[in-house]
Design a protein around this ligand. Structure first.
Ligand SMILES: [Zn+2]
Length: 259
């Protein structure tokens, strides 16, 4: 099996290649480009960075903008959200990234209606990706706040019904449900037939409404996750803690010690 660890954040355009070289030297083989505040790499730069990542066998993914709501009451907001996701998909294609991770939106008044609205937007996005021959998929992320769309079951239902992929953010799930059963989630994932398993991992602080903030990753939580990883799958584990490189290395060390 192949399990890759790496940080969220490739750095600015000038630092990206040297950061990748450093990740490679440290043994990290994944990195998520954070377009959370917008696409910041030009096409030419994305191509150069992507080529270097490929040479060093670092698997890239992209995180799309935070400002997205595919279930807005306002049509213009849905249009803008879709454009933001597609801009990320285009840049991800130039980067040679395999996934674009998306926070899809809010529930509004009716949860099932929210699901249906989000589903139809995802199908349209997938259609656009296909039309453009972009070699990527979008991955819907499990979310940490209870009023935000992104519970495990609804995300996996989208995977089954639209062919999108998913990003299992375990810190978010812990904040949302107060406890996480890793094997149960991997079992559910298996039922969807999803090929690549994309994971976000870090420590988290949470309260009544769920997620408050990401904190440094706890060693015992890392161990529990690593022991539960399914065999024979391509797995990417992106760390989103305040020290994503240090925590990715800690995870790699634990992985090497128990695999
Ligand atoms: Zn996210």
């Amino acid at each position: 099996m192949s399990v890759r660890f790496g940080p969220s954040g490739i750095g600015g355009v000038k630092a990206a290649v040297s950061n990748l070289e450093e990740f490679h030297r440290l043994g990290l083989r994944a990195c998520e480009v954070a377009y959370t505040y917008g696409v910041y790499l030009k096409k030419e730069d994305a191509i150069i960075i992507g080529k270097r990542a490929k040479e060093m066998d670092i698997k890239l993914s992209v995180h799309a903008h935070y400002w997205i709501n595919l279930n807005s009451d306002e049509k213009i907001k849905i249009r803008q959200s879709k454009k933001r996701i597609l801009d990320c998909c285009e840049s991800a294609h130039y980067l040679g990234a395999y996934l674009v991770v998306v926070h899809v939106g809010y529930y509004g008044k009716d949860r099932e209606q929210a699901y249906q609205n989000i589903k139809s937007q995802i199908l349209e996005i997938k259609e656009e990706i296909k039309k453009n021959n972009w070699n990527i998929n979008i991955a819907i992320e499990t979310m940490g706040k209870v009023n935000v769309f992104g519970g495990v079951d609804e995300v996996l239902r989208l995977v089954k019904e639209t062919g999108c992929s998913c990003c299992i953010d375990f810190a978010h799930l812990l904040a949302r449900y107060r406890k996480v059963n890793y094997s149960e989630i991997f079992e559910k994932l298996k039922e969807t037939g999803v090929e690549n398993i994309h994971i976000h991992f870090s420590g988290i602080e949470y309260g009544e409404k769920g997620e408050r903030r990401h904190v440094k990753t706890k060693e015992n939580e890392l161990k529990e996750l690593i022991k539960a990883l399914p065999k024979g799958k391509e797995i990417v584990i992106i760390n989103e803690s305040p020290d994503p490189v240090g925590d990715s290395l800690k995870a790699l060390e634990i992985y090497d010690s128990i695999k």
